[in-house]
Design a protein around this ligand. Structure first.
Ligand SMILES: *Cc1c(COP(=O)(O)O)cnc(C)c1O
Length: 382
């Protein structure tokens, strides 16, 4: 088996057989001609399957060590499809500190259809056990969590939920397959917002599921085809193109993350920095066991909420925008952006207050990013 960095460059099909094309062709066709009655080339209609999308799906299955891959028009499309594995009345335990859009989808839509969700700090295993009921059929975790960078033990969760034949789903968006492969640790399904590190250039939306469960594959394929949140050929190509440099980019994101986290920690106007790459991160040992690195995601509390508007107005290189994982560094204010859908009490108990800032370190030079922050974070005159 070749190393991940090599696999990312070549994908599942290094050269297209028909033409020798090295870059996967963009099959911009809605429909495909049948050779004869009852015959198919394997492609009938692009909502069901498309060759460019398939290249991405099979490549992601290779990268995440699964048998099957499915690509969607967004991460939310992928997550929504995974819920089709459950029935109304089923109970799912979900990380409390997770992407706000996932909370909204579960709480404002699926909860009304009779699915039951418990929001739990899954980094604390006792809390998972305490939330478990006879009808618990699934665990949905984000690790590291968003935005508090708490780490959940994937193997422990998998062993636990498998005892009652439930499923463990891991949202691996923050680390990408370069740093973490949840299926190897026992997870049943790995899901990504391909919009983030996978495509990596803030230029497309995409969602990915990878798994190895034959029965579930039938359910997921059917749901994907029926609901139609499938990834367009050009967006599949952009994601494939992004993946070629995943290893290079992740290395630089992490290098910048380490430098910027250290800079922020030493800043007198910063109260606390949340970064899994710190040796004294509360779950450092677990994170070193289950992941190979830390990406470029950092959150921190400023000492005063009044610093926030000044910081967001003053950054120049680091762009004030939602999202993460692209080559451009982005700064986010979770309270009003990614986490605005989460009720106040729950948001505060998860740690998302009015002084919390999240940075996705891009691949610019760290010194320039630090210079940008230095000019933007107020220093209290004493
Ligand atoms: C962005 C994100 C999503 C949603 O993905 P979209 O591509 O925006 O639909 C899900 N999970 C995490 C962790 C994310 O960061």
């Amino acid at each position: 088996m070749k190393k991940a960095g090599t696999l990312f460059v070549h994908g599942i099909t290094p050269v297209e057989a028909g033409t020798g094309a090295i870059s996967t062709p963009i099959f911009q066709s809605a429909t495909f001609c049948h050779p004869a009655l009852g015959q198919s080339t394997g492609y009938d209609y692009s909502r069901c399957q498309n060759p460019t999308r398939r290249e991405l799906e099979m490549s992601m299955a290779l990268f995440e060590h699964g048998k099957y891959g499915l690509a969607f028009s967004s991460g939310m499309g992928a997550i929504s499809t995974l819920i089709k594995l459950f029935q109304p009345g089923d109970h799912l335990i979900v990380s409390e500190d997770l992407y706000g859009g996932t909370f909204r989808l579960f709480n404002e839509y699926y909860a009304h259809y009779g699915y039951i969700f418990s929001w739990v700090d899954t980094s604390d295993f006792a809390k998972i056990e305490a939330a478990t009921r006879p009808e618990t059929k699934g665990l949905f975790i984000e690790t590291p969590s968003n935005p508090m960078m708490k780490v959940t033990d994937i193997r422990h969760c998998a062993d636990f939920i498998h005892r009652t034949r439930g499923y463990l789903i891991v949202d691996n968006t923050f680390l990408s397959p370069y740093f973490q492969n949840p299926l190897d640790l026992g997870a049943d399904f790995v899901v990504h917002s391909g919009t983030k590190y996978l495509s990596g250039h803030n230029d497309t939306l995409a969602g990915i599921i990878v798994h190895s469960n034959y029965e579930a594959e039938e359910v997921l394929r059917q749901a994907q085809m029926s609901e139609g949140a499938t990834l367009a050929p050009f967006d599949a190509w952009l994601t494939l193109r992004g993946l070629k440099t995943l290893a290079l980019r992740m290395g630089k994101h992490e290098e910048n993350g380490k430098k910027i986290a250290a800079y922020l920690r030493a800043h007198p106007s910063v109260e606390k920095v949340f970064y899994t790459g710190f040796d004294d991160h509360p779950q450092h040992a677990l994170s070193s066991y289950q992941a190979r690195g830390h990406s470029g995601m950092i959150s921190f509390y400023l000492k005063k909420a009044e610093y926030v508007p000044k910081l967001l107005a003053s950054v120049k290189l680091i762009l004030f925008a939602e999202s993460l994982g692209g080559v451009e560094s982005l700064i986010t204010y979770p309270l009003v952006q990614t986490h605005s859908a989460i009720p106040e009490e729950m948001r505060l108990s998860a740690g998302v207050n009015d002084r919390l800032i999240r940075i996705s370190c891009g691949i610019e030079e760290a010194d320039d990013l630090i210079e940008d922050l230095e000019a933007a974070i107020p220093r209290q005159s004493t």
